[in-house]
Write a protein that binds this ligand. Sequence first.
Ligand code: S3P
Length: 433
Amino acid sequence: MALFSSAKTKKIQPARKLEGSVQMPGDKSISHRYAMLGAIAEGLTEIHFFASSADCQSTLDCLRKLGVKNERRENIVTIEGAGLSGLKPPDGILDAGNSGSTMRMLSGILAGQRFKSVIGGDASLSRRPMKRVIDPLTRMGARIQSAEGGLPPLEIEGGALKPIRYELPVPSAQVKSAILLAGLYAGGETEVIEPVPTRDHTEIALEQMGADIGRHGRTIAVRGGAKLEGKKLYVPGDISSAAFFIVAGLLVPESNLVIRNVGLNPTRTAILDVLAQMGGRVKVINVEMLNGELLGDLHVEPGTLRGGEIAAEMVPGLIDELPVLSVFGTQTEQGLTYHGAAELRVKESDRIAAVAANLRRMGAEVEEFPDGLRVAGRQKLRGAEIDSQGDHRIAMAFAVAGLAAEGTTLIRDSGCVDISFPEFFQTLDRAIG
Ligand code: S3P
């Protein structure tokens, strides 16, 4: 079910400067986690700066269907915790919309419930792999049926779970989180071992809410049965949304842009490391810590951008930023290459194919690999008609490309930005002045 209308075309003109100070929506990953943990905590959870993203609304809607009262007033969401075992059997299918995070992480909680539930999503989500959560949750004792090939919808019949020790075959924060959430319902200690570190918002939030959680190297352990306490939480701005403004500020010639209150959790800041290595002038100022999460302001100015190769081990920490980094690469001295990003093909769209096709429409030279991309540097982009394929990060990445192009760019299906950043175009128009 589409919550927001998406059949809109947005016109982007080349920009001379971006200036002033902009605010990002609350972090999408953190908002999902606070909402889910608030739902199974005891007492009230009050979440400030909750993400405006349609995906996070899908999480709230699913929780409401599971009997969890929640209310949204502007950017404050209040959740009446039902406790670990207080969720109710849903009346009908749980709709995760476009949100892989909702489906995968909530599956972890549903695996611990003594009732059967079905969770589905839109056409894009219905093509995304779920075997990665089905396997470990089944090993813990849940009974899960899926469409052929491990695709949604998932029918999950949970109950008492047993703890497992699980090595993640693919680095994925969503899968890690699903297992840790299911671990709350297992008798004993559940361990997840990551091949490379991924975003650790679930671990931090669990700690903040009183779970018994330990970390040692690449292993995360959670003890079942802990009582979570509802609390007042603040969500930092989303660095994955900020990435579009950071790149725009670096590419548009006379820019001078400040992005306020951006989440700076070290598992999310690889984008800043890569841009710094490539000569991007991004200064981090006013850093503070809230609810275990770092945040601060970013000051962005254009300059000479070298480009180069992104090391494969950095890719999981940059996965959501690769579409806009690919656009960035076309404007650097050496261009940009990355491998090890096969996961990009199973996001909201096949993002390698979508980036390559749209860059070619803008006249750029691109080489596509099964697991990555190479874009040549110093390329003149031409305004073109962009097919966002209904993927929010493709629409926003190519809006940024349009700012640095010659002529007019049309972003088809631009309403899909609602998935993570409904205010994207207004914020951009304001920074352009
Ligand atoms: C997310 C993890 C990443 C990311 C997604 C959000 C999360 O997905 O691409 O946008 O909130 O945990 P994977 O866990 O599948 O890598």
